[in-house]
Every structure is written in structure tokens, then in C-alpha cells.
Design a protein around this ligand. Structure first.
Ligand SMILES: Cc1cc2nc3c(=O)[nH]c(=O)nc-3n(C[C@H](O)[C@H](O)[C@H](O)COP(=O)(O)O)c2cc1C
Length: 173
């Protein structure tokens, strides 16, 4: 099948955003606590980095209020969102609001930071390093502990072309 492409200058921010929106991914909430209060942000840029030692990474906007807190704390939880958690994703993407109203969570075993009810999987992490990423910062982290849902019907929340999606069915190996 031939796919026709809309092209233009790399200096066009709307084209840049439109092109990158074609990269489908899962979604996470990066969470932590400050003086007992939960903080967090929705994050699409999470990825696995290293098996030995176990490390993960994500990129975060320099203007992120939540990451300013997470940086001071030094550790955080990655919550991998399930298909039922669109509302959580939307809430955690609204900077400066009461993001955690109505969101149920438990303390992670190692860090005490929020493991949100209903997440597919979680990783408790400690920041290893930060690298320049333009208007973002690339954050690498060591994984301290982790866990995942055991029910086989669990489905991920997916993000593609600026919208939420779900898996129609499990892929066959
Ligand atoms: C689907 C989706 C994915 C996002 N991925 C990222 C990301 O990878 N990195 C980032 O810094 N912000 C990302 N954001 C934006 C933040 O969630 C948003 O700016 C949030 O309000 C930041 O809150 P804060 O100021 O409390 O940190 C994403 C938002 C959405 C809706």
C-alpha cells in the first residue's frame, strides 16, 4: 500500500507535533510525594533503558511543576496505565490543578510513593542522572522494585494521534 505523506519544514511546530503523534505508545503516570502529598504527571516518553543494571528513562518538560518536586525527592513510581484509566491520565496532565482528587492509591513498598489503584504495572525508581534534551530533560533512573497485574484480561491505555485508544485484541505471537 502506498502512503502519501504531508511534509513541510522542521521549523513548523504543528507539523512536528503531528508527525510525532503517529508514534503510538502506552502511557504512564510518574508519581512521588512531598510532605505526604502526592504529585505526578502523565508521561508518554517512558522507556526501558538497561537490563543490567535495571534502569528506565523518560523525558520531562523543564517547566514541569511535578518534576521539580520529584527531583528534590530523588525517587518516584512509574505507573503503567490500564485502559480504564483515561480519567487518571487526563487529570495528571492538567498542571496546577488538584490532580489527585478522587484518585485512589497505595504507598509503594520501597519508596512510599503512589502506586495508583488499577495500574497494569509499576516500578519504584531512584533518579540516576539528568541529560539536556532541549526544552525537556532526559531522566535516567535505577529500578528499586516492581510489580505487575496478574489478571490476563488487563489491557493497556494507548495514545496515538492525540487520542486515547485500546487494544482491540491481544496480538498472536
Ligand atoms: C498523553 C500525554 C502524554 C504526555 N507525556 C509527557 C511526557 O512524556 N513528558 C512531559 O514532560 N509531559 C508529558 N505530558 C504533559 C504533562 O502531563 C503535563 O504538562 C502536566 O500538566 C505536567 O504537570 P506538572 O506541571 O504538574 O508537572 C503528557 C500529556 C499527555 C496528555
Amino acid at each position: 500500500m502506498t502512503v502519501s505523506h504531508a511534509t513541510g519544514p522542521v521549523t513548523d511546530p504543528s507539523l512536528f507535533t503531528a508527525v510525532l503523534s503517529h508514534f503510538a505508545s502506552g502511557l504512564t503516570v510518574i508519581s512521588s510525594t512531598s510532605e505526604g502529598q502526592p504529585v505526578g504527571l502523565t508521561c508518554q516518553s517512558f522507556f526501558s533503558l538497561s537490563l543490567d543494571p535495571p534502569m528506565v528513562a523518560f523525558s520531562v518538560a523543564r517547566r514541569s511543576k511535578s518534576f521539580a518536586v520529584i527531583r528534590r525527592t530523588g525517587d518516584f513510581v512509574v505507573n503503567v496505565l490500564s485502559a480504564e484509566q483515561r480519567d487518571v491520565s487526563a487529570a495528571m496532565a492538567r498542571s496546577g490543578t488538584d490532580k489527585w482528587s478522587g484518585v485512589r492509591w497505595e504507598q509503594g513498598e520501597l519508596t512510599g510513593h503512589p502506586v495508583i489503584d488499577g495500574t497494569l504495572a509499576h516500578l519504584e525508581c531512584r533518579i540516576a542522572a539528568e541529560y539536556d534534551g532541549g526544552d525537556h530533560v532526559i531522566v535516567t533512573a535505577h529500578v528499586l522494585g516492581l510489580g505487575h497485574a496478574t489478571h490476563e484480561t488487563a489491557r493497556p491505555l494507548l495514545f496515538y494521534r492525540s487520542g486515547y485508544h485500546g487494544l482491540a485484541e491481544h496480538a498472536h505471537a
